[in-house]
Design a protein around this ligand. Structure first.
Ligand SMILES: Nc1nc2c(ncn2[C@@H]2O[C@H](COP(=O)(O)OP(=O)(O)OP(=O)(O)O)[C@@H](O)[C@H]2O)c(=O)[nH]1
Ligand SMILES: [Mg+2]
Length: 294
């Protein structure tokens, strides 16, 4: 039996969470077109007869503008030395921006084996892919360089096989049918946050946190109350929308997804509250679960 941990790291929005979900064949982490969607490290467990790999999806590494951003970036870089292999995900040329260069500098310091995954190849011409490949190959930093389109599963098996090569002899850490150890409450709060990110634009969604106040499982019904926190009164108005329509839409699409997850009917109540500048408040961050974990 071999087992181990694999960190999935990279800039925001390159497709880390989509890639982890594709590996697991299940949606564990939320994904949106907005950068900085993932805020915590999220573990997904992949098990076969003689192998268990725990993939750790991490927040996109970026220049933090507040304490939440610092927490996120620290959570991501903190995995570098704790894992058996690192998947570094990119979706563009190294020469295009400072973000990937910064992460590379950090990666160079970690002795952990690194695999480069060039994602979103469905959007690239062959020349573009080869260009990115060569740029990274010259660095001599990666054990392997692969191309994927996580969105439709292209190249995913090769990523799994490449990561498996670096797994040491080890125990089964988790039961074979377990895909995540995150509690349902957390996943539910993330689903609600995903819908807010999808329904709202610009700065509003980044200042949103979701707290589950009540989670009661009855026989065929799950009762959930959630509080949506935002940073400004004007944002509260935008989340609720005209005649409450926006919030209703958010609630409905979250509820449908939670019902599919729990296999029960769901009664979901949502409230919107304002907590100014919570992203720079240690107490609020801790209340929302953005504190040292695991
Ligand atoms: N065209 C295309 N889009 C993709 C692919 N993989 C992911 N995406 C899209 O890219 C966006 C970002 O995906 P995420 O998985 O949320 O990215 P992330 O790296 O986890 O982002 P953060 O959590 O913000 O760091 C989403 O809109 C995805 O649908 C891909 O292979 N091809
Ligand atoms: Mg993500």
């Amino acid at each position: 039996m071999r087992s181990g941990f694999i960190g999935i790291v990279g800039r925001p929005n390159v497709g880390k969470s989509t890639l982890m979900n594709a590996i697991l064949g299940e949606k564990i982490a939320i994904t949106t077109d907005k950068p900085q969607t993932t805020r915590n490290t999220i573990r997904g467990i992949y098990t076969t007869d003689d192998l268990q790999m725990i993939f750790i999806d991490t927040p996109g590494i970026h220049k933090p503008r507040n304490k939440l951003g610092k927490y996120m970036t620290d959570a991501a870089t903190g995995t570098f030395k704790e894992v058996d292999a690192i998947l570094f995900i990119v979706d563009d040329a190294l020469s295009k921006g400072p973000g990937d260069k910064y992460i590379l500098e950090l990666l160079k310091e970690a002795e952990t084996p690194k695999i480069l995954v060039i994602n979103k190849i469905d959007r690239m011409g062959p020349d573009e892919f080869v260009g990115i490949y060569k740029e990274y190959e010259e660095l001599g930093l990666f054990e392997e360089i692969l191309g994927t389109a996580a969105i439709d599963g292209t190249g995913i098996q090769k990523v799994i096989d490449a990561a498996a090569r670096f797994m040491p002899e080890g125990p089964m850490y988790f039961p074979e049918d377990m895909v995540t150890e995150d509690p349902l409450r957390f996943i539910v709060s993330e689903i609600i946050r995903e819908k807010i990110l999808l329904y709202l634009q610009d700065e509003v969604p980044h200042g949103v946190a979701v707290e589950i106040e009540q989670y009661v499982e009855e026989e065929d019904l799950t009762r959930i109350s959630a509080v949506i926190y935002c940073e400004r009164k004007s944002h509260k108005g935008m989340i609720i929308g005209k005649n409450g329509r926006k919030l209703k839409g958010i609630g409905k699409s979250a509820r449908e997804e939670i019902e599919a997850l729990t296999g029960t009917k769901v009664f979901l109540q949502t409230w919107v509250k304002v907590k100014e500048n919570w992203r720079d408040s240690d107490i609020a961050l801790s209340n929302f679960g953005y504190t040292d974990q695991q």
